[in-house]
Design a protein. Structure first.
Length: 202
């Protein structure tokens, strides 16, 4: 029987406020070039598009949390099934294993939750494929009307800009990092309102 290929889920979130935006050029950290951004959204407002189906934003976040928990549980089950001399090491890894979510609560300067959620997608800006060929990519951008913006004329997206991001949900178990769950890859974004300034907060 042929192995079933997992289909990645695409999710488009409602527009929110961008911060720490590296969308026009990638951020370089420890030799890795990544496009990334943090977007603050209100889970009680609007809807998200999950594989073509529009559902309330909070339901979309609950869906993601469930997928992450499933990946975490699968990793635990794999470690628990370890036999032989590696059994003890596997059980210790279960104790250290963390559930990873690609979103978190937003806090104000006093340490109180604001009610908003921060989503943190990122994507590689380049690399080398299995054939040894180098590749590069840019982020697909669209204006407020939905018209595609060519990379060579794309405006700079700074912190404080209002954007809607489309992400690809990726399930993972990183044994070396002791983490299992989900993360987001940036697939595209729509610029609703531009702000000038820095790449940091609004």
């Amino acid at each position: 029987m042929a192995k079933e290929v997992e289909t990645k889920v695409k999710i488009t979130f409602p527009a929110g406020v961008a911060s720490y935006a590296w969308l026009n050029k990638p951020d370089e950290f420890r030799g890795s070039l990544d496009y990334k951004v943090t977007v603050a959204i209100d889970p009680s407002e609007g809807t998200a598009l999950v594989d073509g189906k529009r559902i309330p934003t909070q339901e979309a976040l609950d869906f993601i949390r469930t997928k992450a928990q499933e990946e975490y549980d699968a990793a635990v089950a794999t470690l628990e099934a370890t036999t032989g001399k590696d059994k003890g090491k596997a059980l210790k890894k279960i104790d250290k294993l963390e559930l990873h979510l690609p979103f978190s609560a937003e806090y104000d300067d006093n340490g109180d939750e604001t009610g908003k959620v921060l989503i943190t997608p990122k994507s590689k800006a380049g690399g080398v494929n299995a054939k040894g060929e180098a590749w590069k990519r840019t982020i697909n951008m669209f204006d407020a009307t939905g018209k595609h913006i060519k990379p060579e004329v794309a405006p700079s997206v700074y912190g404080g800009s209002i954007i809607a991001v489309e992400v690809v949900l990726n399930n993972f178990y990183a044994s070396g990092l002791d983490k299992a769950g989900c993360n987001f890859y940036i697939n595209a974004l729509q610029i609703v309102e531009l702000k000038s300034g820095s790449r940091g907060g609004s």
